[in-house]
Design a protein around this ligand. Structure first.
Ligand SMILES: NC(=O)c1ccc[n+]([C@@H]2O[C@H](COP(=O)([O-])OP(=O)(O)OC[C@H]3O[C@@H](n4cnc5c(N)ncnc54)[C@H](O)[C@@H]3O)[C@@H](O)[C@H]2O)c1
Length: 347
């Protein structure tokens, strides 16, 4: 096997899509770790048979090139701090250095968790600090750190002052206030990424995905949840807040395409937007899904639910000009895919 990659949080939404993408597009070995606090066990989403299980891991495929470790990533990082050959010894495999390291292990959750349990989300600071410490010692070929659109200053996302957020709207010399502990931890992660690149020579790419969605996303997220309710012809149709608040929805396949391209070109810890560059309100999303379902419901606003900032969307000019990349899956096409999955899940 030519290369070995690591995916933390590899059973979460973005992580499992990346594992599947690497499986499809490479011949490389992929080690992925998840504590399954939110993630789904690979037995139920990996289309490759399990070849063996040991005390420390499950191996998939005849060539055993997929290796799943169920653990808190901080435990693994602790083992690596004590013994840099931890993986080689416990998994009985040989390789020098990781090629690509994707760090998706994080406490995320939707708006309910971001606003409802901010101190739990703050634990991301501890996961990320241990992570960056390790990569500065291990020095993999390339590192991907997912920041978030939540790192942007919230005062640029109000109903009276909402702009298409550009990468330069985050300036470490003149800081704005990010969105709750989630945004602060992401901003801190971006800062550590700069330090890792500048002081330790690690190749790091940061991405700020806006609202990533996809067919296999957890129902605690709005897009699959709205699709499922439309498929059941909910009426009246509940929406958190007025529904006029908007986001920049981007399909997971586009997120992965842009991420992998960015890793080829960005080495210095710079962060890029990944979105459509378009604001879509939740009312518009409901409209699209109920249109697919063939009915027009009465809207029932739930004004006591947390809604976050009013309008969050991005300017994709930098990415277009410097990476030559634009999203290829339109909102309607992406939502159609989610809707079809929701109908399939219902039957
Ligand atoms: N999905 C998006 O649109 C989006 C947008 C912006 C940023 N991001 C970032 O991308 C990353 C992945 O997000 P996601 O949507 O896949 O979230 P997710 O919750 O689906 O995945 C995170 C995974 O990490 C695992 N995990 C949590 N704590 C862990 C720990 N201590 N050790 C091991 N595993 C642990 C969870 O079980 C889960 O499987 C996160 O850093 C998130 O902030 C995602």
């Amino acid at each position: 096997m030519s290369k070995t990659h690591l995916v933390s949080g590899g059973c979460g939404f973005v992580g499992r899509n990346m594992v599947k993408r690497l499986l499809k597009n490479t011949e490389d070995r992929i080690i992925f770790i998840d504590d399954l606090s939110v993630g789904i066990h690979p037995d139920s989403w990996l289309d490759v048979p399990k070849s063996k299980s040991t005390e420390s891991a499950s191996f998939y495929g005849e060539d055993e090139r997929l290796i799943f470790i169920e653990d808190d990533f901080r435990n693994t990082l602790h083992h690596l701090k004590v013994n840099e050959n931890y993986f080689q010894e416990t998994l009985d495999i040989s390789f020098e250095k990781f090629a690509d390291v994707f760090h998706f292990a994080a406490i995320v959750g939707g708006r309910a968790k971001i606003d409802g349990d901010p101190m739990m989300v703050a634990l991301d600071l501890s996961i990320d600090a241990e992570f960056f410490y390790w990569i500065c010692r291990h020095k993999p070929e390339r590192v991907l750190y997912p920041s978030s659109s939540a790192a942007y200053p919230v005062d640029l996302q109000t109903d009276t002052n909402a702009i298409a957020l550009s990468e330069s709207d985050i300036d470490f010399a003149r800081m704005g206030q990010p969105d709750m502990t989630y945004g602060w931890s992401k901003l801190t992660g971006e800062y550590l990424a700069h330090i890792a690149a500048k002081y330790y020579g690690v190749s790091v790419t940061c991405i700020r995905p806006f609202s990533g969605y996809g067919e296999d996303q957890d129902l605690t997220y709005p897009i699959p949840a709205i699709a499922a309710r439309a498929a059941s012809k909910e009426n009246p149709f509940e929406v958190w807040g007025t529904g006029k608040q908007g986001r920049d929805f981007v399909h997971i396949d586009d997120v992965l395409d842009c991420t992998l391209l960015a890793m080829e070109k960005i080495k210095d810890g710079r962060a890029i937007n990944i979105g459509q560059g378009r604001l879509t309100s939740f009312l518009e999303i409901i409209d699209i899904f109920t249109d697919f379902a063939g009915y027009k419901p009465t809207i029932k606003p739930l004004l006591d639910k947390p809604v976050g900032v009013h309008s969050r969307y991005c300017n994709m000019d930098w990415v277009k000009e410097n990476l030559g990349w634009e999203p290829s899956i339109s909102i309607r096409e992406g939502m159609r895919r989610v809707y079809e999955k929701a109908v399939e899940n219902k039957s």
